[in-house]
Design a protein around this ligand. Structure first.
Ligand SMILES: Nc1ncnc2c1ncn2[C@@H]1O[C@H](COP(=O)(O)OP(=O)(O)OP(=O)(O)O)[C@@H](O)[C@H]1O
Ligand SMILES: [Mg+2]
Length: 237
């Protein structure tokens, strides 16, 4: 498994931080890692993008971005409004395949949720994953509403012939409420895929050294870490 596509139930739910954790764990195991963000929206040319953030936090990964569109919108919309050429899923898949020739692991982070459009033909991250025949990891919020959004995302993956690798909670709160605690039990059922980790809230503010040291504690063995779903659920009550 040397390409993993990272999607989520929406935007701002922790895809970049989870991508950084995956990269940190793999690179701590001596694997070379590349992070690809095919289309980055909402940033000025000189601002660090998601690929850069994930590479930086993980301590050791190549960051790659194919295009940047200024307004914080879906890539197809942002490209259209800026009069720029959008990134197609085929281009994103080709870039990932090239990085995979030179790295042990390539992590491809989408923009927003799964069905956000990259181009005017309606191409999405699902098309990228299918072209690469890559597993898709779903990042989900911890709280109320996540069961439905996660189920919709994994159902959309399956409808496109893709198999969800699992679910990782993007930002696990310090003091989880009832819904958050119950979701640890119910998310795998809703997703039809295992819960493979939970990244604590605040992880994005750690130094790369701290982040890299702690990342294995947030991800399940399937993702290279040592996180145990049952023990975690017991520990939060
Ligand atoms: N576990 C976490 N610890 C600290 N901050 C977090 C965590 N998860 C997310 N955040 C913060 O929340 C915001 C959104 O997270 P992130 O950038 O990972 O979202 P995303 O799902 O990648 O969104 P996008 O669709 O824009 O790529 C960021 O400012 C990030 O620093
Ligand atoms: Mg992101």
């Amino acid at each position: 498994m040397n390409v993993i596509v990272v999607t989520g139930t929406g935007t701002e739910i922790g895809k970049t931080i989870v991508t950084a954790a995956l990269a940190a764990v793999a690179s701590a195991q001596g694997r070379s890692v590349a992070v690809l963000k095919p289309a980055q929206t909402g940033l000025a040319p000189d601002e660090p993008g998601d690929a850069h953030t994930a590479a930086h936090l993980s301590g050791a990964a190549t960051a790659s971005e194919l295009a940047r569109f200024p307004e914080p919108l879906a890539p197809a919309t942002s490209a259209r409004r800026a009069g720029l050429t959008p990134v197609t899923p085929a281009e994103a898949a080709a870039a990932a395949a090239k990085l995979a020739e030179e790295h042990d692991l390539v992590l491809v982070e989408g923009a927003g949720g799964l069905l956000v459009r990259f181009d005017e033909d309606g191409g999405t991250l699902a098309d990228v994953a299918r072209a690469l025949d890559a597993p898709v990891l779903v990042v989900a919020p911890a709280g109320l509403g996540t069961l439905n959004a996660t189920a919709l995302t994994t159902e959309a993956l399956r409808a496109r012939g893709l198999d969800p690798l699992g679910v990782v909670v993007g930002s696990w709160p310090d003091e989880p409420d009832l819904a958050e605690r119950c979701n640890l039990t119910d998310l795998p059922e809703a997703a039809g895929a295992p819960l493979l980790g939970a990244v604590p809230h605040g992880a994005g503010a750690l130094t790369p050294e701290e982040f890299r040291t702690r990342a294995a504690g947030w991800l399940a063995p399937r993702l290279g870490g040592a996180w145990d779903a049952e023990a975690f659920a017991r520990s939060v009550g």
